[in-house]
Design a protein around this ligand. Structure first.
Ligand code: ZN
Length: 392
């Protein structure tokens, strides 16, 4: 029963857990009446255009907003949603909004919005659930400054142009291989799914500590997650990088060392078939002309494949010296999990669980730490190189 519940949660999200909790009549409902409930930020939506842009923050409970900066002085809106919570979300803008970031800060959510031009908050209000919408909406309307106001704030606005843009965190999806009813490979003393998850959690903590990354996990516990769901997590998270962690096994117990895999040419046609069957991608594609979208899709894949291969080489280089490597340690394979077409993706086999030395290394927290230091260093270098290319 427990596992069944967890599996549902892994596949379909928190809504079902809430539904299950209500069905089971858990005491949490009674407890929530005693203390004020934190409003969880569900998502942020943008609408409108350059004459007026509307930002809608979906919340599961009411929250009050406090303006720290209305945008007029330096083209950046800062608003605290008191009593609200978030895991940290961000996105590119539209209309008057260039980019936005929502972070947890103290007892609330700090929403920062960079404006594309001179503008300010025109109005903001909280809408309770109504008209078929089940949650609260905190609405912020942004409008251009009046011409008279532009003159008044001209000096500060020009200062704003020199301000560093909102630093959007890179989104890294970490996929701990296997889980739940799928244990993966078996070693003499350990099971692959546990080693993969321990490594994934360690890497997550490392990346988050740097402050540069937003990390999304395909699983956080010992649960079964279908491969297609893992790929979709990467796509929906708008991931900049996808890394899948596994532990190898072989009948030849002397075989040892880490290796890195990227998508092979052969798997390409399979990727195309898989993704085209996915409604979500079709809806998100730029054009409905099948010929044109095929070309765009192909180009996206090629660019992504190159970036995957580049990252794989960086990863091998950073692991070298920190952990034994399998000969020809960068390989191509048709792993289903690498099929997200627009996200650079690699699969790291951290070592052979079937080899006594490797199993010992993978089971030891200090040695695992060393390995994950290498992975984190490779991720840092990957994005540093991309930034260098972008600023040329
Ligand atoms: Zn595996």
């Amino acid at each position: 029963m427990f596992r069944r519940l967890r599996r549902i949660v892994g596949g379909k999200g928190r809504g079902l857990l809430v539904a299950a909790a209500i069905t089971l009549g858990l005491v949490a409902v009674a407890a929530s009446q005693a203390a004020p409930v934190a409003a969880e930020l569900l998502r942020v939506r943008l609408g409108g255009d350059a004459t007026q842009t509307r930002i809608v923050v979906d919340l599961n409970h009411a929250a009050t907003g406090k303006v720290i900066s209305d945008g007029a002085a330096d083209r950046r809106i800062v608003l605290m949603l008191q009593g609200a919570s978030t895991e940290g979300v961000q996105g590119a803008g539209s209309g008057l909004v260039k980019a936005w970031v929502a972070d947890q800060e103290g007892g609330g959510v700090r929403l920062r919005i960079d404006l594309a031009g001179d503008g300010r908050i025109k109005r903001r209000f909280l809408l309770p659930p109504a008209d078929g919408v089940a949650h609260y909406r905190y609405v912020i309307d942004v409008a251009p400054l009046d011409p008279s106001e532009v003159r008044l704030t001209k000096a500060s606005a020009s200062a704003a142009k020199e301000r560093a843009p909102l630093p959007l965190k890179k989104v890294v999806v970490i996929d701990a291989g296997h889980g739940g009813s799928d244990p993966g490979a078996h070693g003499a003393r350990s099971v692959e799914k546990d080693i993969n998850l321990a490594a994934a959690k360690m890497l997550k903590a490392k990346l988050e500590r740097s402050g540069r990354y937003k990390v999304v996990m395909t699983r956080q516990a010992d649960v079964y997650v279908p491969l297609e769901d893992r790929v979709r997590v990467a796509q929906r998270a708008d991931a900049d990088l996808f890394i899948s962690l596994h532990s190898d096994s072989a009948a030849e117990t002397e075989l040892r060392g880490a290796s890195v895999y990227t998508l092979s040419d052969k798997a390409f046609s399979r990727a195309t078939r898989f993704v085209k069957a996915d409604d979500w991608f079709m809806r998100a594609s730029l054009t409905s002309d099948p010929g044109v979208s095929d070309i765009l899709f192909d180009l996206t894949q090629r660019a992504t494949k190159n970036r995957s291969a580049t990252f794989a080489e960086t990863l091998v280089a950073k692991l070298d010296g920190r952990t034994p490597l399998l000969r020809r340690s960068h390989r191509s394979a048709g792993f289903m999990v690498l099929l997200a077409p627009d996200v650079p993706a690699v699969l790291l086999e951290m070592g052979f669980i079937s080899n006594a030395e490797d199993e010992q290394r993978l089971s030891d927290a200090d040695q695992r730490e060393q390995l994950m230091d290498g992975v984190a260093a490779a991720i840092d270098e990957h994005f540093a190189q991309l930034n260098k290319l972008a600023s040329r």
